[in-house]
Design a protein around this ligand. Structure first.
Ligand code: AMP
Length: 426
């Protein structure tokens, strides 16, 4: 084959898109109930937004961004994640002036030049949610409850919620020192990336996906015992609120996450069925990001769900919406019949019934025999076929064929739309 999709980028074909639509319907429903409004953010942004927002020493910024110079000489990047753009939009449009609490959600493709493998793509979709303007732990719990409720409604019952608090600018440096001390002696045992991370951002070593590295740092210092009193109280508060709703969680004091902006609460939802790339969603609090990107000091928290991974876990079962197939096929023999078929097709579609017809007009392409047209109707899997020939036009009738029963009858042309509406039920 001459042209193929780029490595790590995949088509979502009919059959699969119905599943995506099913997920999106639940997302809209639940997120709106929790008070979120949708924001549509651009796919491209100026590169410095991501460098500043995500952090210069993260894997994403160091090696995974699709950046290019546009014709005006600006460095532009295909968004690798949504939070930086949402924060930019929040500041740019002064959204903090309208409501004390701003709750936004988005959906769309993200781009990261990662090594493609099962569950890891270079273009992938994320559904994300962000809340601005609240520091209390109840909002952390609220957003986690919303996420877990979504998974529950989608029928996922093997997920695990991992929870941590990465502390704040007061207590995290202490933890960083303890971690540096621990890693220093083990550097030769760690991968090349971790050696680089050690210099720039040792917390990232905790996030390394290599089996060997995870083994080496298994007993590393964790955030437990390093948090200041305020951060510990905040984490306890998140747990207290989560317990009210009965949501199960596992504390993982080594949960780091790959982005620099997180402060205090971080969480990840995993599902073992996903294999090596087992995270379906991740998120956390980012209390300094709005200010870092030039806005006022406003605390915030959010998460992002990986759509491909989520879709791969959903068994549609009884909810399976079959790929849309036409209900009616119109077979037409003759010029006049073709025009009548076109008119009827338009009229039934106006009434919400999907249909197809024999489009081939003998003035342009050789006519198809009635038999081959009927076969086509069969292939579509329609419930009814209409047959119109020049004779039918003369007598003002059409033949209505019930495909399942293999029965047919003559109906007056002017009644046929109503008859179909009645039988198909719309
Ligand atoms: P992150 O933005 O890195 O916190 O990721 C949030 C979620 O997006 C992850 O839990 C994954 O489900 C999904 N995700 C991240 N990177 C990829 C990727 N390269 N391919 C597919 N899904 C991804």
């Amino acid at each position: 084959m001459k042209y193929r999709a780029i490595k790590g980028v995949k088509d979502i074909l009919p059959g699969e898109t119905e599943k995506w639509y099913f997920i999106e319907r639940h997302v809209r429903d639940i997120f709106e109930t929790f008070g979120f409004s949708e924001i549509k953010i651009p796919i491209i942004e100026k590169t410095p937004l991501f460098v500043r927002g995500i952090g210069e020493t993260t894997d994403i910024v160091e090696k995974e961004m699709y950046s290019f110079e546009d014709k005006g000489g600006d460095s532009i990047t295909l968004r690798p994640e949504g939070t930086a753009s949402v924060v930019r939009a929040y500041i740019e449009h002064g959204l903090y002036n309208s409501h004390p609490l701003t709750k936004l959600w988005y959906i769309g493709p993200m781009f990261r030049h990662e090594r493609p493998q099962a569950g890891r793509y270079r273009q992938f979709y994320q559904i994300g949610a962000e809340v601005f303007g609240e520091e209390s732990p109840s909002i952390d719990a609220d957003i986690i409850v919303m996420l877990m409720e979504l998974f529950k409604r989608l029928g996922l019952n093997e997920t695990e919620l991992q929870l941590n608090s990465l502390g704040c600018e007061r207590c995290r440096p202490l933890f960083r020192e303890r971690l540096l001390d621990f890693i220093k002696n083990r550097l030769p045992m760690l991968c090349e990336d971790c050696n680089r991370r050690f210099e720039s951002n040792p917390l990232r070593v905790l996030d390394c996906k290599s089996k060997n590295c995870s083994e080496v740092i298994r007993d590393s210092p964790s955030m437990d015992g390093s948090r200041c009193e305020g951060c510990q109280r905040h984490l306890d508060g998140v747990i207290e609120y989560l317990l009210i709703t009965g949501i199960k969680y596992r504390l993982n004091p080594r949960l780091a996450r790959g982005l620099d902006y997180y402060t205090r609460t971080t969480f990840e939802v995993t599902d073992k069925r996903l294999g090596a790339q087992d995270a379906i969603a991740g998120g956390g609090r980012y209390d300094s990001l709005v200010e870092d990107l030039g806005g006022p000091q406003i605390p915030a928290i959010g998460f992002a769900i990986g759509m491909e991974r989520l879709a791969s876990l959903i068994d549609m079962g009884d909810n399976l919406i079959p790929p849309s197939s036409p209900k009616v096929y119109i077979a037409a023999m003759g010029e006049e019949a073709n025009r009548k078929a076109f008119d009827l097709l338009y009229q039934i579609r106006l009434r919400g019934i999907s249909g197809e017809m024999n489009y081939s007009d003998q003035r342009f392409v050789p006519n198809k025999s009635l038999k081959s047209q009927l076969r086509k109707g069969d292939q579509y899997g329609v419930s009814y076929t209409l047959i119109i020939g020049d004779n039918e036009i003369k007598s003002g009738k059409v033949i209505l064929r019930d495909m399942k029963r293999a029965e047919q009858e003559e109906i007056d042309i002017q009644d046929i739309v109503e008859v179909l509406v009645k039988r198909i039920g719309r």
